[in-house]
Write a protein that binds this ligand. Structure first.
Ligand code: AHR
Length: 510
């Protein structure tokens, strides 16, 4: 018999407004993200600026808001000045993070112009690895200062007399990681981040600053890192970052499908740590989280086969981290978005890492097509419906055991009240059991069902490829029924779904 999961939603049980920054992404100078990804001058769809129009269309369809740039590990060795000024004068350099050759054909101006075409907002990272306060200040002055100075005149000469007006800035990247250029202790990084933040605010008080938290909740310094760094920076920054990647290990699909439990715990631990620092400091400020790297990433593949070792052959735009995502990966991405929505009161920004070719929802072939990976769909469909207030669902769900996370509820749910609309996102985490979902919506004024989509497949390993780009797409779920303010729906095993409802009498919305 199919088990029933019971959910109740009430418009007055609000978690908080869902900020558009929750649907951010990330482009690093890594592999084929920039070169032979978004930028391929010889491609038939490329405009005069060298950017592929087919990729721009897909990025727009995906609905990303902010885009973090230019790294990632790359930023910790990056000299931002290399990427501005006349192209023919820009240096070619070795990139120590990814063992590649960086030609600097794309830099701040080109990337900002590309972002305008995808309707995205720049989230810029400064190098606190090999550089420090001075370079961060120079970049901020170059990007944001309205005053004519030597640096801003260079910006104008580069074609941008008006300031770029970059709002959100990352104070380095993953400085807790021993792999990071300039990696340092929490105490040393905390002091550097505080000095940089203080100086940047002196130049532009309107910036929003993200201080580095842990590069994973499984780092040995996790927890103490956040505490120490925030003790130095609490009143100077707006967000602390979280980074995390999940993948299926040793064929343990049940644990993998429950990865969002790990994301929930990560967020809640960072919130608790930040709140403890606030208490020590007698601060009334609420620290927000920027979950600015999250995704499924099969890191073991990179460790074992993709690492480039011979410095004589560090290539331009190598094929790195080009994970091909299957149905299970898409369900997990959908469930991670559910976790983010359910923490909308504290997670104010997030970036799916990354956007094109590198652990990405969009893939391209040089000279050939661009296509949507399986993970594209839950992101795009959630982003399209993410404008509104996240509601706190009450859930009664059967549970099952997982090796990594213990007993987990079979179903996870998030709901966004968009005023005229209500969207319900659901994941069935069970690898083998279908489930009936029953949602009590009696607390709402009269609703009507406008659609239900499910992403599932009898073959959990099915994926979209160059040869078969539409093998996996979401489909209308014919089991959805709505009557007397009750919604019911069958959720196939290992599936992600979204249900759309509409308020019939919108005048009744308070
Ligand atoms: O997104 C790929 C890499 O993962 C980033 O460069 C780094 O910040 C993280 O470890």
């Amino acid at each position: 018999m199919t088990d029933v999961v019971r959910v109740a939603l009430d418009p007055s049980r609000r978690i908080g407004p869902v900020r558009r920054e929750l649907f951010g992404s990330f482009i690093e100078h890594l592999g084929r993200a920039v070169y032979d990804g978004i930028y391929e001058p010889g491609h038939p769809s490329a405009g005069p600026d060298g950017f592929r129009r087919d990729v721009i269309d897909l990025v727009r369809e995906l609905g990303v808001t902010t885009v973090r740039y230019p790294g990632g590990n790359f930023v910790s060795g990056y000299r931002w000045e290399d990427g501005v000024g006349p192209r023919e004068e820009r240096p070619t350099r070795l990139d120590l993070a990814w063992h590649s050759t960086e030609t600097n054909e794309v830099g701040l101006h080109e990337f900002a112009a590309w972002l305008e075409q995808v309707d995205g907002e720049l989230m810029l990272a400064v190098n606190l690895g090999t550089r420090g306060v001075e370079a961060a200040l120079d970049l901020l002055e170059y990007a944001n200062a309205p005053t004519p100075t030597t640096l801003t005149r260079r910006r104008a000469a580069g074609g941008h007399p008006e300031p770029f007006g970059v709002r959100i800035w990352c104070l380095g990247n993953e400085m807790d990681g021993p792999w990071q250029l300039g990696h340092r202790s929490a105490d040393d990084y905390g002091k550097l981040a505080a000095e940089t933040a203080r100086a940047m605010r002196q130049l532009d008080p309107n910036v929003e600053l993200v201080v580095c938290g842990s590069s994973s909740a499984h780092m040995p310094t996790f927890g103490s890192w956040e505490r120490t760094v925030l003790q130095h920076t609490y009143e100077l920054v707006d967000y602390v970052s979280c980074h995390a990647y999940w993948y299926e290990k040793d064929g343990d699909t049940a644990s993998f499908l429950a990865s969002a439990v790990d994301m929930d715990r990560f967020i809640e631990a960072v919130v608790a740590t930040a709140d403890a620092v606030a208490a020590e400091k007698r601060s009334t400020k609420k620290m927000m989280i920027s979950f600015d790297e999250w995704n499924v990433w099969y890191q073991e593949r990179f460790e074992s086969s993709e690492r480039i070792t011979d410095i004589a052959t560090w290539p331009r735009a190598p094929r790195l981290l080009e994970d091909s995502y299957d149905v299970a990966d898409a369900v997990v991405v959908g469930s991670l978005l559910i976790s983010l929505l359910n923490h909308a009161d504290r997670v104010a920004a997030a970036s799916l890492a990354q956007l094109v070719n590198v652990i990405a929802p969009i893939m391209t072939e040089p000279g050939g097509p661009a296509w949507r990976q399986t993970t594209f769909y839950p992101f795009a469909l959630t982003s399209q419906r993410g404008g509104g207030v996240a509601l706190e669902p009450r859930i009664e769900s059967p549970t099952h055991r997982t090796a990594d996370y213990g007993e987990v509820p079979r179903v996870s749910v998030a709901a966004v009240d968009g005023g005229e609309t209500l969207s319900i996102f659901v994941v069935n985490r069970s690898p083998g059991e279908e489930t009936r979902l029953d949602v009590d919506l009696a607390a709402f004024t009269e609703l009507e069902l406008t659609g239900a989509l499910t992403l599932a497949d009898a073959d959990l390993r099915a994926r979209n490829t160059l040869d078969d780009p539409d093998r996996v797409t979401p489909a209308a779920n014919p089991t959805a029924e709505f009557a007397a303010q009750r919604l019911s729906l069958t959720l196939p095993a290992a599936s992600w779904s979204v249900v759309d409802l509409r308020r019939i009498d919108t005048k009744a919305v308070v």
